[in-house]
Design a protein around this ligand. Structure first.
Ligand SMILES: [Zn+2]
Ligand SMILES: [Zn+2]
Length: 286
């Protein structure tokens, strides 16, 4: 175990699942996503490649499972050249300590997430009063104490370059989390959107289980700035992605993506912003 590194003090297995859990798909021959319970982890690199990159680290306690999936795709003992975290929410960093211990790969995140990844600051507690069904109601059980991966963490380079992925750029998409990033490859318009938008209405338990694919705003109970969230969706829409893997839900492409994203961007207030909640401001509703 590396010095001082730890998952959060309230880290625990969360018994949630979706119909994609345990499944993986390629959206490009070198872009694969795997659904761990309700969240996606992404592996960039062709099968067997010595140069691959992991994006995000799943739900609490998912480290061994992610490692197994990676071994199947890239071969035993073939560790990622880098791990990129789109943001530090518990459902995207749940297996990170295990993976760093196993692989010793450098981990990169936006500098505005650093405090949450070095044990210095916790995210606000999930807003369980927000409009939005059962998942918001049970969100108070989610871990929110900070993790500490200081020994492996590095800040993403400022110019948008992504370490180990020369064809990709990172894009700052705050709102859901202050230092959330998306990844984009211009050559084939492939996007990894993090939780800037997702393809499942996270707030309906039913839809998380069946995961009907539709472009939705960010998960409401952890989103603390709706104005920034809207700007982030507009920023991603302007890039005209052809295919997108979001933090939650199935990948989406073609017209379903372009129309869904355009609609969300234009009608963000009606479609994404809850009618009430701790972080919903009057001007968000105006
Ligand atoms: Zn999140
Ligand atoms: Zn998430």
């Amino acid at each position: 175990m590396k010095e001082n590194m730890k998952q959060s003090d309230d880290n625990k297995f969360i018994p949630m699942t979706s119909f994609r859990s345990g499944k993986g798909s390629e959206v490009r021959n070198d872009v694969y996503y795997y659904t761990n319970q309700i969240v996606n982890v992404i592996m960039i690199g062709k099968p067997g490649s010595k140069d691959w990159v992991l994006v995000d680290a799943g739900m609490p306690k998912s480290g061994p499972e992610i490692q197994k999936v990676a071994e199947k795709r890239f071969g035993k003992g073939n560790k990622p050249a880098a791990i990129i975290l789109t943001h530090g929410h518990f459902d995207h960093v749940g297996g990170i300590v295990h993976l760093i211990n196993e692989w010793n790969s450098p981990v990169y995140a936006h500098h505005l997430e650093t405090l949450y990844l070095t044990g210095e600051k916790k995210y606000p507690e999930p807003d369980s009063t927000v409009e939005g069904g059962l998942l918001a109601k049970i969100s108070s059980v989610y871990p929110h104490e900070p993790i500490n991966i200081k020994c492996a963490l590095q800040e993403l380079p400022e110019g948008g370059e992504v370490p180990q992925l020369p064809d990709w750029k990172w894009i700052h998409v705050p709102g859901h989390a202050p230092g959330q990033i998306a990844l984009f490859r211009e050559s084939d318009r492939t996007m990894i959107a993090a939780d800037a938008f997702v393809t499942v209405k996270q707030d309906s338990f039913y839809k998380v289980l069946v995961q009907k694919t539709e472009v939705n705003g960010p998960p409401v109970y952890l989103t603390t700035n709706w104005e920034r969230s809207h700007e982030s969706v507009q920023k991603l829409e302007a890039l005209k992605p052809e295919v997108a893997i979001t933090g939650h839900g199935a990948a989406v492409e073609g017209e379903e993506l372009s129309e869904g994203l355009e609609n969300l961007s234009k009608n963000f207030r009606e479609l994404a912003i809850p009618t009430h909640g701790e972080w919903v401001k009057d001007e968000d509703k105006a």
